[in-house]
Design a binder for this molecule. Structure first.
Ligand SMILES: *Cc1c(COP(=O)(O)O)cnc(C)c1O
Ligand SMILES: [Zn+2]
Length: 501
């Protein structure tokens, strides 16, 4: 880490940004522009979702790609709390917050880990996992939450609001993140989360509880929870932290910016692969690359591969129709999916996706976005195989890997394209799916049959011959202990077929 005084004089004025942006919401339905001095999630006129823009973006572009690359590379060395997370890219995210109002809990700048030789050979292409499970609440959702909570902080200070309730519906990870970030704000911000009963993992349920949020479990799936949260937001004073909240999209753009910086701003030969649920993430990643492209920070846009499970695939179905004019969006009824965090039949961000895919392909001058579909079997096999080769992928990370494989099979990417797979959460959050695989106890509705060679289970050793074994508070001594160690050593060596020294 360096002190700013040690940076070259010509770069110093750019390192600590000032809030010079002029942000506004734009409705994706009627295109109207709305001010940011109200908490707003959908257009008051037409009800459509919004995206945030900066009126001063042209001025940002003027600085030129080279200068921006230098600014980000110097900021990487900087020791300044509020610029350590997603706000390293301050001007491209939300250039309106005073630096001391930015909330940072250690999110972002997650590692990109190169797939080992075995995985590379299996897929026939080089690829990396970007481990977003290494965020504070163990999923990528923290990127967006850092920005959304910074906005709430800024908004509340500006309006002198003394207390507020933040609320969200969730497939598990949004609520874990929302609860964590809200808890950091102390008494001023209480949080409540609404979860589909039995459709989040035990870890995902314990996270918001641990952060002190009020947790409501209701019958149904995520799409039903969303309806309840919308009704609450329509009728009461609450801050909504779902991906309808466009501030979250801005924070999640950092995933794209980091990939650019991690690969020295050369991303033309990359294929960024993401699982799609509510489609906020893929929206943000396309949006992020587009902004860097427009500012000349990257010269070519990477390919984007969106992945959906057969059991929750409305976005895939929409793009099956090649003719833009004939496409029509139809929500689907989801089936149980191991990629539970992406098990969504009516993605909130669908209008955003439609717009961004169009903009992205247009800017690239060719088709650069592909949506693929994978089976539940492929998702789980990929997750297990990835993790048996040094990774920490969750089922959705497995979905990314299965999706990259599909993109290769379909010819969407060639051997020259290097995959950057979003491993969206830490596998520890989804241990129960790993266990179901190893124990072969998926219900028939999942359509997953564990491959025997991939199964794993603990071996419980308690040789019959031993009369005495150690117990809590009752250690063995002398001869008994010797015998215990000897017997177990022999048994383990036998099972592992170890050679004697
Ligand atoms: C939320 C989530 C997704 C889906 O992301 P969307 O932005 O809803 O498309 C995928 N994986 C994990 C682990 C998630 O938490
Ligand atoms: Zn509108």
């Amino acid at each position: 880490m360096m002190n700013i005084d040690q940076f070259p004089a010509d770069i110093r004025p750019y390192i600590l940004p000032e809030p010079k942006g002029e942000m506004f919401y734009q409705c994706l339905g009627c295109r109207s522009e709305l001010g940011i001095d109200n908490l707003l999630y959908t257009c008051p006129d037409c009800g459509s979702v919004l995206l945030l823009h900066d009126k001063n973006f042209d001025r940002i572009k003027e600085l030129g790609g080279k200068r921006w690359r230098e600014i980000f590379d110097y900021r990487r060395m900087l020791n300044h709390q509020s610029l350590k997370g997603v706000f390293r890219y301050y001007e491209f995210i939300a250039p309106i917050f005073p630096l001391d109002q930015i909330i940072y809990l250690g999110e972002a700048h997650t590692p990109v880990v190169k797939a080992n030789g075995y995985l590379k050979e299996m897929l026939g292409a080089d690829f990396y996992f970007k481990d977003d499970g290494l965020n504070p609440s163990a999923s990528f959702k923290d990127r967006g939450m850092a920005c959304a909570l910074s906005y709430i902080n800024y908004f509340a200070k500006k309006k002198n609001i003394k207390n507020l309730l933040a609320i969200c519906a969730s497939t598990g990870d949004t609520s874990a993140s929302a609860a964590l970030y809200s808890s950091y704000m102390g008494d001023f911000l209480r949080s409540a989360v609404i979860l589909p009963h039995g459709k989040v993992t035990p870890a995902q349920l314990s996270q918001p509880l641990g952060s002190g949020a009020k947790v409501f479990e209701i019958p149904g799936v995520f799409d039903d929870c969303m309806k309840v949260v919308e009704s609450l937001a329509d009728n009461y004073h609450v801050a909504l932290l779902n991906s309808k909240n466009s501030w979250r999209i801005l924070g999640q753009e950092s995933f794209a910016y980091e990939i650019a910086q991690d690969f020295d701003y050369e991303v033309g030969n990359k294929a960024v692969v993401l699982p799609i649920g509510n489609a906020g993430n893929i929206t943000a990643v396309m949006g992020g690359f587009l902004k860097f492209f427009e500012a000349g920070i990257i010269e070519k846009l990477p390919k984007i591969i969106g992945v959906q499970s057969e059991h929750a695939d409305p976005v895939f179905r929409y793009y099956l129709e090649e003719d833009i004019n004939k496409r029509s969006y139809v929500p689907v009824t989801v089936q149980p999916s191991t990629a539970q965090a992406a098990m969504i039949g009516n993605p909130v961000s669908m209008p955003r996706v439609i717009k961004l895919v169009q903009d992205y392909n247009r800017a690239a001058g060719e088709k650069r976005v592909y949506i693929v579909q994978v089976s539940e079997q492929e998702i789980m096999d990929s997750m297990i195989i990835a993790n048996q080769n040094g990774n920490i992928a969750c089922p959705q990370g497995g979905e990314s890997m299965a999706g990259f494989k599909r993109a290769i099979e379909k010819g969407y990417t060639g051997p020259e394209d290097v995959g950057i797979l979003d491993s969206t959460a830490h596998m520890l959050k989804f241990m129960n799916f790993q266990e179901m695989y190893f124990m072969n106890n998926f219900g028939p509705e999942f359509h997953v049959k564990p491959r025997p060679e991939l199964k794993n289970a603990p071996v419980f050793l308690k040789p019959e011959r031993l009369k005495k074994v150690p117990e809590p508070g009752k250690p063995l001594e002398g001869k008994d202990m010797e015998k215990f160690v000897q017997e177990l050593t022999a048994e383990i060596a036998g099972i592992l077929e170890l050679e004697k020294k």
